[in-house]
Design a protein around this ligand. Structure first.
Ligand SMILES: [Zn+2]
Length: 307
């Protein structure tokens, strides 16, 4: 049995998977925010609860919005800030009396979709979460790619690549360079344009209107020309940003997750646009909606123990 835990900023969700990936049981609790010891206890409590229900002991993987520094073993880059600088893996291993694996939540998403999701059986897979933030993960041959900095796939904090040929419109230049501020301290990050809040900001900048990302997608579907143009800019920017990934990794598939993955038009429009930016005469990389959706966080965490 494999247990996966998705340690989010507002809730902690856990699932127990059988050997074929079937859900045996699942539980969720609110995250004890600002409380590190409480968070460790909550994760351990969820794992024990699942094991009691399933009458079996499992391996434990945990996904979180952040990463463990390979240099120090401490959590970094977490927006659940009370985890930063803490030896979370070590403390969970002690609390649960077994080794625990940790990974970034976008890595868990990619692993889930590459293992038995939308990109099952495909050789090289890039999984991207386009939600409140933008994160990514890389899976090659069924294994999550992890590196010495624990940042593989973190392409959301690269600058948005310029369009080619260079943008002629001065107005667009002014918006994209240096671009909106990002929480990481830089300006013009991919995340600042392609997150849900990034779409909302672009809509407000061009139209003076305020709408959440899902609302903008609905307005566009209903024929609102300003919302349609806003999504058009989003698609072209996403195509540019993903083209850099395609040039680097040459993935078989890119799977989208997060709230923006619900926008159906992306799957036709973005691949049509990205060939202009990819260094190849043909581009057969597939852009796919997720199979497991919101469940990919817990499922991917469970698959951190593939053996
Ligand atoms: Zn950034």
């Amino acid at each position: 049995m494999r247990i996966g835990v998705d340690l989010g900023g507002t809730k902690i969700e856990a699932v127990a998977l059988g050997s074929g990936g079937e859900v045996l049981t699942r539980q969720r609790v609110p995250t004890p925010t600002q409380n590190y010891a409480g968070t460790v206890a909550a994760v351990a409590g969820l794992v024990r609860g699942l094991e009691d229900q399933a009458r079996s002991r499992g391996s434990v993987g945990v996904g979180l919005p952040g990463a463990e520094s390979p240099a120090t073993g401490l959590i970094k880059n977490a927006n659940s800030t009370w985890l930063i600088g803490k030896p979370l893996r070590e403390d969970l291993s002690k609390a649960l009396d077994r080794p625990v694996r940790l990974a970034n939540d976008a890595d868990c998403f990619a692993l889930s979709e590459a293992t038995d999701g939308a990109a099952a059986g495909m050789g090289t897979v890039f999984g991207v979460i386009l939600g409140t933030g933008v994160g990514g993960g890389v899976v090659v041959g069924g294994r999550l790619v992890t590196g010495p900095n624990a940042i593989a796939g973190e392409w959301g904090h690269n600058p948005l690549p310029p369009t080619v040929p260079p943008p002629g419109g001065a107005a667009e230049d002014a918006i994209e360079r240096p671009g909106p501020h990002c929480y990481c301290g830089r300006q013009g990050c991919i995340e600042a344009f392609l997150s849900g809040p990034g779409l909302t900001l672009d809509f407000r900048t061009h139209t003076g209107r305020t709408a959440a990302a899902a609302e903008i997608a609905m307005l566009a579907e209903g024929g609102d020309p300003e919302a349609d143009a806003c999504l058009g800019r989003y698609e072209e920017r996403l195509a540019r940003a993903l083209a850099t990934v395609i040039n680097l990794l040459d993935p078989h598939a890119i799977v989208l997750g997060g709230g923006m993955s619900n926008v159906a038009r992306l799957y036709d429009n973005v691949p049509r646009l990205w060939s202009r930016f990819v260094f190849s005469d043909t581009v057969v990389t597939r852009l796919l909606p997720p199979r497991h959706g919101d469940s990919s966080g817990v499922r991917g965490a469970a698959w951190l123990w593939p053996e």
